[in-house]
Design a protein. Structure first.
Length: 255
């Protein structure tokens, strides 16, 4: 599944977006005990780490933490913040070419990354390749049933960076104009199950109104009252999907 335009690199999570980071990290951490290989506490890989804000929430408990990204400025921020953590490696590296041996990591995460990578299939292949048998891969991506496209669109030579209502529901137009992918649950499962993974769990994260809505005077700031409604929707299965701006998946590599 591709977008016709080359996906645009995504902005990393700001460090004040703690509720969002904690939701993603807590989903990931709840699958650590499902690792079925002997080195479960040794190595953790975060693919597309950005500034490392979420990586650092997942990292405690792992002896070795490897974080990779293709954006130098994000990595510079991460290295400055993680200064003194001797078990961290923060590396300039592409998801489509992970320069580690096969079956090297028992635990891998990739938060809000796969919608941006130029080569989706190569990135998924590499993540599965470096995952140990019995190891876990946790991913989060924008999901197709959320009614807003949050990454903006390209129309001709012009880029509109604001939110676009309803566009994710019109898949052909979304693929043509959007700056990032959205995924259905079935699309994500096909991407990983076809590569020897098994599905462990699916969840959805509602918007936390910590980014655009946090800017004084933005139109999004007028919608902060909806957070309480979205939080309630999390408890109702059908509404949980519609209210989820992100879809979270946990997979385990078959032994």
């Amino acid at each position: 599944m591709e977008v016709h335009n080359t996906p645009v690199l995504g902005g990393t999570a700001p460090r004040h977006a703690l509720r969002t980071a904690e939701k993603l990290a807590s989903f990931a951490l709840c699958w650590v005990d499902s690792i079925q290989c002997s080195s479960k506490g040794q190595r953790y890989l975060d693919v597309g780490c950005g500034n490392g804000f979420i990586t650092e929430l997942v990292a405690p408990g792992f002896g070795e933490v490897v974080a990779i990204d293709v954006e130098q400025e994000r990595l510079k921020d991460f290295r400055a913040h993680a200064c003194g953590k001797l078990n961290f490696q923060v590396l300039l590296m592409s998801a489509a070419r992970i320069e580690f041996p096969s079956e090297f990591f028992p635990f891998i995460t990739s938060f809000e990354v796969l919608e941006h990578v130029p080569d989706l299939d190569a990135s998924a292949h590499e993540m599965v390749r470096v995952c140990r048998r019995g190891g876990i891969i946790v991913v989060s991506v924008p999901q197709v049933w959320f009614p807003l496209e949050n990454h903006g669109v390209r129309i001709g030579k012009n880029i509109y960076s604001g939110k676009v209502p309803v566009l994710p529901y019109i898949r052909p137009l979304h693929r043509k104009c959007s700056l990032a992918r959205v995924f259905s649950s079935a699309e994500m499962d096909r991407l990983f199950l076809s590569r020897g993974m098994e599905l462990l769990g699916t969840s959805y994260a509602p918007p936390q109104f910590e980014r655009a809505a946090a800017r004084e005077g933005s139109w999004e700031s007028r919608l902060v009252f909806l957070k309480r409604i979205f939080d309630r929707c999390e408890k109702i299965p059908v509404l949980r999907v519609l209210a989820g701006v992100s879809m979270l998946k946990a997979y385990r590599k078959v032994l």
